[in-house]
Design a protein around this ligand. Structure first.
Ligand SMILES: Nc1ncnc2c1ncn2[C@@H]1O[C@H](COP(=O)(O)OP(=O)(O)O)[C@@H](O)[C@H]1O
Ligand SMILES: [Mg+2]
Length: 139
């Protein structure tokens, strides 16, 4: 199990940037953990890791943000306000998974059944006001 302790916001962004450098087309990443644990800041760093200068913001109200300026497109989902999985069918969620980009999903554990087998899981936990624990786990 790989774990990382971030001592401040910038460390979360740098960790994500480095972690994302080896991402491949059609990779799927589930970001798990409560509000304010650093999931959206991780995506900010992930974008840098794929060479995008865009700034990730939470897609809480839109379900999806697409970032296409890096070496791979990034499809950034947030399931926080999703009430039914058929909302994902309406936006053809499955097609994003196979579209040659990186799919990264906040609150992915709200609908674990829609995640493909290959999904990598990153858990985010608050240690204190400025520290976060990020761990990659099999489940
Ligand atoms: N080490 C850290 N890494 C990431 N965020 C941190 C850290 N320390 C404090 N924070 C704060 O925690 C919040 C994380 O917000 P965000 O990334 O939007 O979380 P989430 O998407 O999980 O709700 C921000 O207000 C940020 O300033
Ligand atoms: Mg968020």
């Amino acid at each position: 199990m790989a774990t990382f302790t971030s001592n401040r916001v910038e460390e979360t962004i740098e960790f994500a940037r480095d972690w994302a450098r080896n991402l491949q087309p059609n990779d799927v990443i589930a970001l798990l953990g409560g509000l304010g644990t650093g999931k959206t800041h991780f995506v900010k760093g992930l974008l840098r890791g794929v060479g995008s200068a865009e700034d990730a913001t939470s897609p809480t109200f839109t379900l999806l943000h697409e970032y296409r300026s890096g070496r791979l497109p990034v499809f950034h989902f947030d399931f926080y306000r999703l009430t039914q999985p058929n909302e994902l069918e309406e936006i053809a969620f499955d097609e994003y998974l196979e579209d040659g980009g990186v799919t990264v999903i906040e609150w992915a554990d709200r609908f674990p059944e829609v995640l493909p087998e290959r999904t990598r899981r990153l858990h985010f936990e608050v240690l204190d006001e400025s520290r976060r624990l990020i761990s990659e786990r099999a489940k």
